[in-house]
Design a protein around this ligand. Structure first.
Ligand SMILES: *Cc1c(COP(=O)(O)O)cnc(C)c1O
Length: 360
């Protein structure tokens, strides 16, 4: 049923991508007079050594457009061939590329399930793509599969599902995702930004079963690298080829590539942190539940908790006055009275609880 050729935009299908100097000659040794760089060096690297940047270390040279060294390491960590990996300037770049590759402005539409991550809607609006909203079920925050399937029309190109979901924190049932994958001939995008904190596994193995599946992950959350701006998309090779065809040629800068290579060697540290954050989350969930003014602490598979109270703004302002900043989500659909709290360090979490105990 799924045919990539049928959902890709005509202009993208016909597009002849920009060919960079780095695409034409890929060798790492030589005298490079092909890209109008400053051959003398950069004010950053000394002593100057000629040649091509092996790991993005020489800032006078353009970076590797396909980030092959980084992908090689990620490939081992994720158990996925390099051809199935795209790297973007944050997941936000991958989201934007999906709209530009598959959605004809003013004609096509996408389905999102609020309350959810805000960038799907912003990116749709920037690209002048219609949005069909099928809210999650109230309180349980699960997919309304029946209404999602009913809402699909011939111009529906993408369905965004965030799992674990932001800002609710819960995962959505695999059976619902599976039903949608099997009954939709466009792309189903599963945003796994918080997967490292969840009690279940990534859907990466399902890429072999579903050619219309795209999985998004990021180094911004569990990996602790929000400042480097590295997002990942995993999908079939033909889909990844489309991503690479339309991305800016040098979308991940040399410094980020070099630093990520270093960071990916510290998986032990990251795994320790994840364990600690999950323990703290579960503890915080209990402690918050005991505060009299908190109506509900929602179950979470992420590194944050959503709480419901009577007067969210008053509590938000009280915490700001104590220089503790949380996120007011009370204006979002189905989130009346809700605030989102990121799990901090042990000390930060204790400070939050002590401050909350003094409220009112
Ligand atoms: C934080 C977050 C991202 C990450 O975006 P980056 O651009 O990679 O920093 C993606 N999706 C969701 C749902 C998020 O909450």
């Amino acid at each position: 049923m799924f045919d990539l050729d049928k959902i890709i935009r005509e202009n993208i299908k016909k597009l002849k991508p920009y060919s960079s100097a780095r695409d034409e000659f890929k060798g790492k040794e030589g005298t490079f007079l092909d890209a109008n760089e400053n051959s003398f060096g950069s004010p950053l690297n000394s002593p100057f050594e000629g040649g091509r940047p092996k790991d993005g270390g020489m800032y006078n040279r353009y970076p590797d457009p396909l980030q092959l060294d980084v992908k090689e390491k990620l490939s081992k960590i994720k158990g996925l061939p390099i051809q199935n990996i795209f790297l973007g300037n944050g997941s936000d770049e991958a989201i934007d590329i999906l709209f530009r590759a598959f959605c004809n402005p003013g004609i096509d539409n996408v389905i999102i399930c609020p309350p959810t991550y805000g960038m799907y809607e912003v990116s749709a609006n920037i690209n002048d793509v219609n949005i069909i909203k099928i809210p999650l079920t109230p309180e349980e925050f699960q997919l309304d599969t029946e209404n999602i399937l009913k809402a699909i029309n011939p111009n529906t190109k993408l369905i965004f599902i965030c799992c674990p979901n932001n800002p609710t924190g819960n995962g959505v049932k695999w059976s619902s995702i599976k039903t949608i994958l099997e009954n939709f001939s466009g792309l189903v995008i599963i945003d796994e930004a918080y997967i490292n904190f969840a009690g279940y596994r990534s859907l990466i193995p399902e890429l072999l079963n579903y050619p219309n599946l795209v999985i998004l992950q990021t180094l911004s959350k569990a990996w602790g690298l929000a400042g480097l701006r590295i997002g990942m998309a995993f999908a079939s090779e033909p889909i990844i080829d489309i991503f690479n065809k339309i991305k800016p040629p040098y979308n991940i800068n040399s410094a980020s590539q070099q630093l990520v290579l270093e960071a990916l060697d510290n998986t032990d540290k990251v795994n320790e942190w994840i364990k600690e954050i999950v323990e703290e989350r579960n503890l915080m969930s209990k402690e918050l539940s005991q505060l009299p003014f908190i109506i509900r602490v929602y179950p979470s598979e992420a590194n944050f908790l959503l709480i419901k109270i009577k007067e969210p703004q008053a509590l938000y302002n009280y915490l700001v006055s104590k220089q503790i900043i949380i996120r007011d989500r009370s204006n979002m659909e189905l989130c009346e009275g809700c605030l989102r709290i990121t799990i901090g360090t042990k000390e930060e979490n204790r400070l939050l609880i002590e401050t909350l105990k003094q409220y009112k």
